[in-house]
Design a protein. Structure first.
Length: 251
């Protein structure tokens, strides 16, 4: 069994929403040291990796390792009116195989949620070497990525020694957005090797929009024509990460 309590019910809904950007069903892995989740989207183009240490919870009790698979959309609907000042409690009854969810605020709201069959197959952690790292405000990243959707369905990310470049183009139009080293929007830029890769805009935009609701800071790591890692830091060294495969155009 397990029992966890999170002091900000609205933030928990935001985290679930961020995960549901890629998957509707997900397996939560509760360990003595904290909660983890790793899942691939149905097309195997993108992956979400979520970690939240026990210290990030108001209460965290887990008897050994417990895996619970849930419908994310169902939980998000129940938390539609969740407030930041409300506490969320989740308990799991292994006999009934149901999760009991309670929202504690001016009104006590209680729900019972069925669990789903847990798959034996586990998603492995990607092993990637990144040549470029860009750390910037989530607001800036969201603004730039949203602007590119007016131009193309694909977006290119590029690093040079002194700047981060986001661009998009079609046969008729193009857009280019540059953030130079020293800009207040650019927190850090590490370029071991100038890099450039192109990604599906719809995937990246949904990741950025969802992730920016959980953290004010975002970090992008990538190499030329390789998958990117988009990371949003959470409380107590927790982390919400996305991986996205590049689009490789035929020469």
């Amino acid at each position: 069994m397990f029992k966890i309590a999170f002091s900000d019910a609205r933030m928990w809904r935001s985290l679930l929403t961020a995960i549901s950007t890629l998957v509707d069903e997900a397996t939560f892995n509760l360990l003595p040291e904290g909660l983890t989740l790793r899942s691939m989207d149905p097309s195997h183009v993108a992956m979400v990796d979520f970690k939240l240490p026990r210290e990030a919870f108001k209460e965290y009790v887990s008897e050994g390792q417990v895996k619970v698979r849930l419908s994310l959309s169902g939980m998000i609907k129940l938390l539609k009116r969740a407030k930041s000042e409300e506490t969320l409690e989740l308990t799991y009854d292994p006999e009934s195989r149901k999760v009991h969810m309670t929202v504690l605020g001016a009104i006590k709201k209680s729900y019972t949620i069925p669990t789903l069959e847990v798959s034996e197959e586990e998603t492995p952690s990607p092993r990637l070497e990144f040549k470029s790292l860009v750390k910037l405000t989530s607001e800036t990243l969201r603004e730039v990525i949203e602007d590119t959707q007016e131009v193309s369905d694909n977006v290119s990310l590029e690093t040079k020694e002194d700047r981060f470049i986001v661009s998009a183009s079609t046969s008729l139009s193009s857009g280019r957005f540059e953030i130079e080293r020293g800009s207040e929007a650019l927190i850090d830029l590490v370029v071991k090797e100038p890099s450039k890769a192109t990604f599906n805009l719809n995937y990246l935009l949904e990741m950025v929009k969802a992730g920016s609701g959980t953290s004010e800071i975002s970090t992008i790591q990538f190499s030329t024509n390789m998958p990117l890692k988009l990371e949003f830091p959470l409380a107590e060294n927790g982390c919400l990460s996305y991986y996205l495969a590049p689009r490789i155009e035929a020469e």
